[in-house]
Every structure is written in structure tokens, then in C-alpha cells.
Write a protein that binds this ligand. Structure first.
Ligand code: ZN
Length: 183
């Protein structure tokens, strides 16, 4: 390390941003030599903010987006259309259907209601979508909306689940379940 014993020096380079800054731009590291942290205050604050942001992403946003490996399968509707006659029902996967519904509702003027959440069946999503492909809502609302009744949706899910249980050994490991190609 560099020799910090030179008392004439009034500042130093930050080891993160590389800028030379006066010592009062660094937090004091009490009881330590050298007596200042190697990062400037600005870098330290930035680092804290980044860590905070990353934490928030992990806790809140991840269940809403990036749901490829989410464990649960859900069926949702818009609160103004509980039978899905106008807008269809949304079938997808999430870690928490409730959090997912809240996130979706935040981006539109309607609430999104969870009609069913099937724990541990998230891996069936692609096959359920394929089964219901002919009933997919076209235009607008995204690829997860289907013109089906709740009982049709649950029937499709149950059928796919039954098929999978026959074709895969019941060892409790989902890793080996056949993966459908996502479109
Ligand atoms: Zn810095």
C-alpha cells in the first residue's frame, strides 16, 4: 500500500472512482491506519444506494418479473370482469400471485384479482398455455390472457398436471420435468 505517513498530504485518491480528493471527502476510519476509508464519501454513498436498490429488486420486483422459475401457477381476472367474458383470464406463474396481481394492478386502472393459485405447479405454465392456445386473447392484453371460464382453466391445468405425473417419475424433483420451449 502507499505510504500515508506523509502528514503534508491533504488528500488522496479514492480507490473506487480514482479521483484525487481532499481528506474531508473521505469518512474517517477511527482507530485504523490509514485513518480514512479508501473510498470517498460519494462512492460510499453510491455503493450503499446500489446495494439498497439491488435488495429492493430481490424482494419486490422479482416475483413480478422474471418469473421463469416461479413455483406457483395462478389464474387471475380483472375486478370489473370476474368471469373473464370481456378480457379473458390471465394464467401465468409467480412466486406470489398476490404480489404479482398488485404489480399488474398498479399499471392499469383496474384491480387484478387472483381466482386461483396452484402451489408448486408453476412449471406447467408453458404446457397449459399450449393447451389453451386456441382460446388465447388476440390483440392488446399480452400473451397470458385466455377466453376461458375458470373451470375450463382449472380443467386444463389438472389435465396437464395429470399427463406430467404419468410421464415423469414421482421423485419430487422438478428439474427433470420436460421443458417446453417458450415463445
Ligand atoms: Zn470516489
Amino acid at each position: 500500500m502507499s505510504a500515508d505517513s506523509d502528514t503534508a498530504v491533504v488528500g488522496k485518491h479514492c480507490s473506487r472512482c480514482g479521483e484525487w480528493k481532499p481528506f474531508d471527502c473521505f469518512w474517517r476510519d477511527s482507530g485504523n491506519t490509514p485513518p480514512y476509508f479508501s473510498w470517498c464519501k460519494q462512492c460510499a454513498a453510491q455503493r450503499r444506494a446500489d446495494a439498497c436498490e439491488a435488495n429492493k429488486r430481490r424482494c419486490v420486483v422479482e416475483p413480478a418479473e422474471g418469473t421463469e422459475n416461479a413455483p406457483n401457477l395462478y389464474v387471475m381476472c380483472l375486478s370489473i370482469d370476474p368471469l373473464g367474458a370481456q378480457h379473458g383470464l390471465k394464467i401465468g406463474r409467480a412466486s406470489s400471485a398476490t404480489i404479482r396481481a398488485q404489480a399488474l394492478g398498479a399499471s392499469m386502472p383496474f384491480r387484478v384479482q387472483v381466482l386461483a393459485e396452484l402451489y408448486g405447479l408453476g412449471h406447467l405454465e408453458a404446457q397449459v398455455h399450449a393447451t389453451l392456445a386456441g382460446r388465447r386473447v388476440v390483440g392488446g392484453s399480452g400473451r397470458e390472457w385466455f377466453h376461458v371460464s375458470l373451470s375450463d382453466a382449472l380443467h386444463a391445468i389438472a389435465t396437464v398436471n395429470a399427463t406430467q405425473q404419468i410421464s415423469t417419475p414421482q421423485c419430487g424433483l422438478q428439474q427433470d420435468a420436460p421443458r417446453m420451449h417458450q415463445d
